[in-house]
Write a protein that binds this ligand. Structure first.
Ligand SMILES: [Mg+2]
Length: 191
């Protein structure tokens, strides 16, 4: 049986890449069609779309606490939480997210959790760049970053790569929930 589910925030529960690019002035961006590269790094995508060459530390300086506190939810946000809750119950879900190196990001993510998550989830979060420290054979991490999932699996956790243009499951982007449900069923069968 799956005992716990960890949910990534950026580009799993929240439309972070779209919000970042819009914040930087990229107009009419649609992640289904307009993401220009195969890599995960948003600043590289930004440079490619704008033909600029901003280094990452300059790019990320544009994102202050209020930006991180007000990123829009993905349309699948509530459905994803409800699906996971059906597997493990509300006590056994936690948000697991990696802030940037900037303190504003860490604080803004906490603001977001307190503003928008239901009350029962407001103390169920883990902020870490070392998600694999949370791995166990009955814990599932849902995350859009393949490398993070690889490390989590290496540490004996169960991982689901959430569909995004920069990962192997991009074909499920337009309708990710049936795919996530079938992956959770596979994890359940494997436990
Ligand atoms: Mg993410």
């Amino acid at each position: 049986m799956i005992e716990r589910v960890l949910l990534d925030m950026d580009d799993v529960l929240l439309d972070t890449t779209g919000a970042c690019l819009r914040h930087m002035g990229v107009k009419g961006f649609n992640i289904l069609f307009d993401y220009p590269i195969a890599e995960r790094d948003i600043y590289v995508a930004y440079n490619c779309l704008t033909r600029l060459t901003l280094p990452p530390y300059v790019f990320w300086e544009h994102f202050k606490r209020e930006f991180w506190a007000s990123i829009p939810k993905k349309s699948t946000h509530s459905e994803l939480i409800a699906l996971c809750m059906g597997f493990v119950g509300s006590d056994n879900i936690a948000i697991c997210t990696t802030p940037t190196k900037c303190g504003d990001c860490l604080a803004g993510k906490l603001d977001w959790i307190q503003r928008y998550f239901p009350e029962y989830m407001q103390r169920q979060y883990i902020m870490t760049p070392r998600k694999f420290f949370c791995a166990s054979p009955t814990t599932v991490l849902i995350d859009d970053d393949e490398e993070t999932i690889e490390k989590f699996r290496w540490a004996k956790g169960l991982g689901i790569v959430y569909p995004a243009p920069w990962n192997e499951n991009r074909e499920h982007m337009a309708d990710p929930m049936p795919f996530i449900k079938s992956e959770l069923d596979k994890c359940q069968a494997a436990c």
